[in-house]
Design a protein around this ligand. Structure first.
Ligand SMILES: NC(=O)c1ccc[n+]([C@@H]2O[C@H](COP(=O)([O-])OP(=O)(O)OC[C@H]3O[C@@H](n4cnc5c(N)ncnc54)[C@H](OP(=O)(O)O)[C@@H]3O)[C@@H](O)[C@H]2O)c1
Length: 327
């Protein structure tokens, strides 16, 4: 089999590892990557990858990209941004990619959705399986948009014959995916202050732990799931939950990333989330607090049994690998 794979967002935290996995796959002969900023695949030693600058909001650019591919991997997205800016790219841009893929020549689409598409609902089962509806949580822009994109995907691809693989990873981390560590407010302090805060125990900022369990997955394991979805000849299309084995706590994450864990009652996290949801204006960054209000632990047995995916890093090993990169 000689596969040409088009990838939107190949330069992101998942993108870099995904291209490495596709470069190493014997069935993949060419990779066409597109994102907005300049990037040189040769600097990474990649030999199958051709990169072009382009915006998924530009339908002609997306049409061009997918017209040359057998498989489209859609990763381009705005995760940390304002509600308004992210909505434009994530909704209109993602629709462009889905529509172009349906009307162009590719036979398969791999889309990285997220655990956030399920939403943070206390009546979701624990663990969450892929048949749970992706309702999203409207008060959190990212969750709302991830749920909306799955809805658009279902509408656009209905009856098309396209093989659609939807991956729903939990939080991705590791040495090449530092966004989780960078999002911690104390890691945004200027360098000498940040080092001081990390070195002196009494200065360590508190990290509230409402008892909600946390899953993590290593970027290389997400990449192997994307590569499997792009190349499999045996696994059925559909949705697959993706998470490393084992559960962590907010305390584990805080401790590893330089904070002082403080246990708080779970009702406090729910109450904070409910107050935030009622406020007329909430800074988009604060909307992420909704993620702590309910368990979003996913069952990954479908990815293991049907896709043949096996994570090589546990959640704890992923966190340790991330923590090693934080100085
Ligand atoms: N990271 C996680 O924890 C996580 C967890 C679950 C699911 N996911 C999902 O996995 C996918 C990839 O995430 P990631 O962590 O790799 O994101 P990322 O690190 O933020 O990278 C985003 C990529 O998209 C590109 N991009 C953004 N806007 C674009 C536009 N308008 N046109 C073309 N390219 C654009 C970026 O490059 P330019 O800025 O240069 O355009 C970059 O290559 C997303 O759908 C995300 O929601 C991520």
């Amino acid at each position: 089999m000689a596969l040409r794979v088009a990838v939107t967002g190949p330069t992101g935290e998942i993108g870099i590892s995904t291209i490495e996995a596709l470069e190493a796959h014997p069935d993949v002969t060419q990779i066409l990557g597109m994102a907005r900023r300049p990037f040189d695949p040769a600097e990474r030693g990649w030999s199958k990858t051709v990169y072009r600058q382009g915006d998924i909001l530009d339908r002609d650019a997306v049409d061009d990209l997918v017209s040359e591919a057998d498989v489209v991997v859609h990763l381009a997205f705005i995760i940390m941004g304002t509600r308004e800016e992210s909505a434009k790219i994530n909704l209109a841009g993602t629709r462009n990619v889905f529509e172009a893929t349906v009307s162009g020549g590719p036979r398969r689409l791999v889309y990285t959705s997220s655990v956030a598409a399920y939403g943070y609902h206390s009546d979701n089962p624990v663990p969450i399986t892929e048949d749970v509806p992706t309702r999203g949580t409207p008060a959190h822009y990212y969750s709302e948009q991830k749920a909306a994109c799955e809805q658009v995907l279902a509408e656009v691809t209905a009856g098309s014959g396209l093989e659609v693989f939807v991956l729903r990873p939990c939080i991705v981390a590791g040495p090449k995916a530092p966004a989780l560590a960078e999002a911690m407010p104390w890691n945004q302090l200027p360098d000498p202050v940040r080092r001081l805060v990390r070195a002196v125990p009494v200065l360590k900022p508190p990290m509230p732990d409402p008892g909600t369990p946390v899953q993590l997955v290593h970027h290389d394991d997400v990449a192997s799931a994307v590569a499997l979805a792009a190349t499999t000849t045996t696994a059925p299309p559909g949705a697959y939950n993706i998470a490393g084995d084992g559960l962590l706590t907010f305390s584990d994450v805080g401790r590893a990333l330089g904070a002082r864990p403080v246990k708080v009652p779970h009702v406090a996290a729910v109450a904070t989330s409910e107050v935030l949801a009622r406020l007329p204006f909430v800074p988009s960054a604060l909307e992420w607090l909704h993620a702590g209000r309910a368990s979003t632990v996913m069952d990954t047995s479908k990815a293991k049994d049907e896709l043949g995916w096996q994570p090589t890093f546990t959640a704890a090993e992923t966190l340790a690998a991330l923590a090693e990169t934080v100085d």
